[in-house]
Design a protein. Structure first.
Length: 120
């Protein structure tokens, strides 16, 4: 079980990106892209999982193969949702690019500093 979890840790960036994409699309009222891309990722996950767990094509064992197939599925799902969003232009209404103001971290980095507590 520890080995499965260790391999699955690789998918954490994909899960974080999936949550960000999900909230971005749901805030616009768009549920269909998530549904279709999730269904397609699942349909592609089934043969991948069969090949990596049952057939053991990589020779890594069923437990490792299951974890690897989940990691691949998470990244594939993110890639599908991102490609769908960019190809259909779903981001154009709300995202107009990055500005220098958005990238200024000086105020954000000051928030957790200990000197902020002296004002209370």
């Amino acid at each position: 079980m520890q080995e499965f979890t260790r391999i699955l840790i690789v998918s954490l960036p994909a899960l974080i990106a999936q949550e960000v994409l999900r909230k971005f699309l749901l805030a616009q009222g768009l549920m269909a892209p998530l549904l279709y891309c999730g269904a397609l990722a699942f349909l592609l996950h089934v043969p991948c999982c069969y090949a990596l767990v049952k057939l053991d094509v990589l020779g890594i064992g069923a437990v490792r193969g299951g974890a690897v197939s989940l990691v691949l599925s998470y990244y594939l799902g993110d890639a599908l949702v991102l490609a769908h969003t960019l190809c259909r232009g779903l981001h154009r209404k709300t995202f107009h690019g990055w500005t220098w103001e958005a990238l200024q971290l000086s105020q954000v980095l000051l928030l957790p500093s200990p000197r902020r507590f002296d004002r209370f």
